[in-house]
Design a protein. Structure first.
Lengths: 415, 208
């Protein structure tokens, strides 16, 4: 190839727009690909105050006019937003004289835009499946859910390769959409340890104790949960484990995030008489979040369904011991008794046992958190992940160069 | 001249009056030596076919079978319309002069093809959401209107079938009147006027 490899990434969220895990994922992937000699264009939804066009750490970002009228429902909004995203992305590629080698889509939220672009420009499409509707909903029960499921299936069908972030997701996606094994690639998610290191320096100035006192008394252990307050994240399991932990250890439970279960969860806590032991912070800014992750005595990830489990990696990068449910991607990230504690999913007794074990045995906690930090530096760093992704791009382009679309084969249309 | 006609109904799939009108249009275009491709929807008669009259038809179906309404159905179907149009475009060695899109359904595809491949399009209006929904303005109606607006804005010309509709297009979407052309299907000069609009849209001379 005479010019640099060029990728257009489509994502519905990119910083400063942060809804879930896709936004930081695409940020780290795009900027590290740029460092590794790939030209990256990111096309994403607009956000108040963020410019329409900017270069962020080497990645060129275009923010499109997301559909802003009231929409009948979330899925219809997604499809309407995709009309705009596809329209603007098409114009960008045209302005570049078609010099984009690969379209890379993240989840069904950009499925229709990316599928159309693939066919109009006849370039290969790669899809990263971060999560599935059938997994999120624990089955398909409604037409609305089936529509999204079939859209996801269509995206994987149209994709040249499907990237998943864990072996668990590879087998889940293979099962959910009946994909051949050789279409699937596992590239893990990553975590940036520097994001924690820069806040850890503050600790030396004694600033951390004051920060910690905003959430817990000095004699209380700090148990941290970070995530959306929805069923699949299993935060209700943690709430039910609260009294069991408090029988053994004096602790404060800090629950960060929002979701439809927030009110019912806080009612449960009040009715148990532990309102003074559990804090619901809602959504917090990044600095507060990182400092909490550093300050915590244990980070808990009690998910029932977890495609990857980025929160566990973040806790490990913050050098905090983790207790996770033995499910999905979490099972792969954590090695029991070595880099964390695994407990039975959806089991408050098991979760309370894991939390108590870490809180009561300091040398054990130090052992697992040290191992965990070493592990993430070796395996889950974005530089390595972006190189693995670049390898996928290169092999797809090699195959593509021999295809009819690349002009190597005469087409056989009947028209 | 080579044109692609977009219509969500075409015989044997007949929903309203548009199917037979577009068929009549395509037959007359072929008679006037215009290579005519029709991209349309069918549940199962998919793929490329040639009609006896010389029309080339590319029927697509929706890869997403389950839907919660016509809007999601249309918005997913548009990618298949784009795929069909792109197949035609590349097989025709990129010599497609224009797309004639009938009603709102495949406007998103027409807009993308314009932005991506510089194929101009005509928005041929048969009916508008304002009248179909009797002025209702739920998010559902607003979404369809926003697609109609997009079509009006991005189209090189808008054709309507009556003076009344011309005024409605102006009233609702503020389309400049010189962009809108009334072509009465019952008129003796119907095909002549369509060909004039096609020449106008396709002709590079007018752009220069």
């Amino acid at each position: 190839m005479t010019r640099e490899l060029t990728v257009m990434m489509l994502t519905w969220e990119f910083p400063p727009r942060i809804v879930g895990g896709i936004s930081p994922h695409v940020y780290h992937l795009a900027t590290n690909l740029a460092k590794n000699g790939v030209k990256v264009y990111v096309v994403t939804c607009d956000f108040p105050g963020a410019p329409r066009h900017e270069v962020i750490d080497g990645a060129e970002v275009f923010r499109i006019d997301s559909y802003k009228n009231p929409a009948p429902d979330f899925a219809t909004w997604v499809y309407l937003m995709n009309v705009n995203m596809q329209k603007e992305a098409a114009a960008i590629v045209n302005d570049l004289n078609g010099k984009v080698d690969i379209f890379h889509a993240h989840d069904w939220l950009v499925a229709t835009a990316s599928i159309g672009l693939k066919h109009v420009f006849r370039k290969p499409l790669i899809a990263t499946v971060h999560s599935t509707e059938i997994g999120r909903r624990n089955g398909i029960h409604l037409d609305y859910e089936r529509m999204i499921h079939e859209t996801e299936s269509w995206l994987t069908y149209e994709a040249w390769k499907v990237i998943c972030c864990s072996n668990y997701m590879v087998s889940h996606v293979k099962w959910a959409f009946n994909l051949p094994q050789d279409k699937l690639v596992m590239i893990p998610n990553g975590v940036n340890t520097e994001e924690f290191a820069k806040f850890r320096d503050v600790e030396k100035n004694g600033d951390f104790n004051a920060f910690r006192r905003r959430f817990a008394l000095p004699e209380e252990k700090l148990v941290l949960f970070v995530g959306r307050l929805v069923y699949e994240k299993g935060v209700h399991v943690l709430v039910n484990a609260v009294p069991k932990v408090l029988e053994k250890v004096n602790a404060k439970f800090v629950i960060v995030g929002n979701g439809y279960m927030k009110e019912s969860l806080s009612n449960i806590v009040k009715n148990m008489g532990f309102a003074h032991k559990v804090i619901f912070t809602g959504f917090v800014d990044e600095e507060t979040l990182r400092k909490l992750q550093i300050c915590a005595d244990v980070s808990v990830v009690p998910s029932l369904f977890e495609p990857f489990g980025i929160v566990a990696l973040e806790a490990m990068a913050a050098k905090t011991p983790v207790v996770v449910s033995d499910t999905g991607g979490l099972s792969e990230i954590v090695e029991h008794d070595k880099t964390g504690v695994k407990v039975y999913p959806n089991n408050p007794d098991s979760l309370a046992w894991g939390i108590t074990k870490v809180l009561l045995d300091k040398s054990y906690a130090d052992y697992i958190r040290t191992n965990a930090y070493r592990k993430i530096c070796e395996k889950y760093n974005w530089n390595l992940i972006s190189q693995q992704t670049k390898t996928v791009y290169t092999s797809v382009l090699e195959e593509y160069s021999k295809s009819a679309w690349a002009g190597a084969v005469k087409d056989t249309s009947i028209l | 001249m080579q044109v692609i006609v977009f219509s969500w109904e075409f015989p044997p799939r007949i929903v309203g009056q548009l199917a037979n009108y577009v068929k009549k249009l395509a037959v007359q275009l072929v008679k006037n030596n215009i290579k005519t491709y029709v991209v349309t929807y069918h549940d199962y008669l998919t793929g490329q076919q040639s009609e006896p009259e010389g029309i080339k038809i590319y029927r697509v179906t929706n890869p997403v079978h389950t839907h919660i309404g016509v809007l999601t159905w249309v918005l997913t179907l548009n990618q298949e319309v784009e795929r069909a149009a792109a197949d035609i475009y590349y097989d025709a060695e990129k010599r497609i002069d224009l797309i004639d899109a009938h009603d709102w359904h495949f406007i998103p595809a027409a807009v993308t093809l314009k932005k991506a491949l510089n194929i101009p399009f005509i928005y041929s209006v048969d009916s508008l959401e304002e009248h179909r929904s009797h002025g209702a303005n739920s998010p559902f109606n607003m979404a369809i209107k926003s697609i109609e607006w997009l079509g009006m804005y991005e189209a090189k010309r808008v054709t309507v079938k009556s003076e009344w509709m011309k005024n409605e297009v102006f009233r609702i979407y503020k389309v400049p009147l010189e962009k809108v052309k009334v072509i009465n299907p019952k008129s003796a000069v119907w095909m002549k006027e369509i060909l004039e609009v096609y020449e106008d849209v396709a002709g590079d001379a007018n752009d220069a």
